[in-house]
Design a protein around this ligand. Structure first.
Ligand SMILES: Nc1ncnc2c1ncn2[C@@H]1O[C@H](COP(=O)(O)OP(=O)(O)OP(=O)(O)O)[C@@H](O)[C@H]1O
Length: 274
């Protein structure tokens, strides 16, 4: 375990427990309003999907939860207590791990080294500390297998894995290091159908392990495969906020495609005589 995780958080996860809440959260960058009146709840054992087009405010929302940019309106609560993070380290200390689309991995380093990057296991004390290489290899291998991720060789450079596999290693790593909330930033955006399927499987595995997952995407089909709750952002505001039981894939797709605006556009573009 890293010494930074769980400093503030109760390590026990209880299904349905509210881990992170945004209450009427807003964010402005100078005169630019990026988010307004956002309400979002991340529960243990659930996937909350945040959908939206370019510029909708998805990255801003991630940055607030992951401690990169503080919000300037409303409240952010972790385990029911108001917080305002001033660094990603603080967010991590509350058990919130963010997996970015452009993963911070060292391509030429082995899979196991990347798994433990920044949290290496050592024995002895400085300046005589040594790396527990054998233990780290074994644990990385075990943890990846536990999530059903098969890499041919734990010693192979992580750069030789596919984009989907690298995302999965990052998810397994966050789960191993005790994340309670996992934020996935468009994890399937750059992937083909098969690799997206692999990532969606591990997203579900993290949910089944009891974590609260925030899945950011612009793909309603991917969202609907794993989501329990859906929020669509548009120009910084939530235009849809529904539980799975309240919304079907059709409505989600229609709303993402532009909803009523698209119907209006289709009328405008109608060819004469058709
Ligand atoms: N650092 C910043 N300074 C000024 N404006 C910003 C900043 N970051 C984002 N914005 C603005 O806030 C709005 C929301 O942007 P954001 O990046 O959160 O959207 P997004 O949904 O993540 O879009 P994309 O999918 O293109 O990344 C946009 O109008 C954007 O121009």
């Amino acid at each position: 375990m890293t010494d930074t995780l769980h400093e503030h958080a109760d390590p026990e996860l209880h299904e349905g427990e509210k881990l992170v809440e945004m209450v009427n959260v807003g964010k402005t960058y100078g005169a630019i309003r990026a988010l307004k009146g956002i309400n979002l709840t991340v529960k243990a054992g659930e996937v909350t999907c945040v959908l939206g087009d370019n510029g909708a405010g998805k990255s801003t929302l991630i940055k607030i939860i992951s401690g990169l940019h503080p919000h300037n309106e409303g409240e952010l609560l972790v385990d029911g207590k108001p917080v305002s993070f001033s660094s990603p380290r603080e967010s991590l200390a509350h058990g919130i791990a963010t997996v970015y689309q452009d993963l911070a991995v060292v391509s030429l380093m082995e899979v196991w080294r990347n798994f433990f990057l920044g949290s290496e296991m050592t024995n002895g004390t400085y300046p005589f500390a040594g790396l527990k290489i054998r233990d780290m290899k074994r644990i990385a291998d075990e943890e990846l297998r536990k999530m059903g991720i098969v890499v041919k060789d734990i010693d192979q450079p992580i750069g030789t894995l596919s984009g989907g596999q690298r995302q999965c290693v990052a998810i397994a790593r966050a789960v191993y290091f005790g994340a309670r909330v996992l934020i996935l930033d468009e994890p399937t955006a750059a992937l083909g159908v098969k690799q997206s399927g692999v990532v969606l499987k591990y997203t579900a595995a993290a949910r089944d392990a009891g974590l609260g997952v925030v899945f950011i995407t612009h793909n309603p089909h991917h969202a609907y495969l794993v989501g329990d709750h859906f929020i669509i952002l548009k120009l910084g505001e939530a235009v849809l906020d529904k539980k799975r039981s309240e919304v079907g894939l059709d409505e989600l797709t229609r709303q993402m495609a532009g909803g009523d605006e698209l119907t209006e556009l289709s009328h405008e573009l109608k060819r004469p005589g058709s």
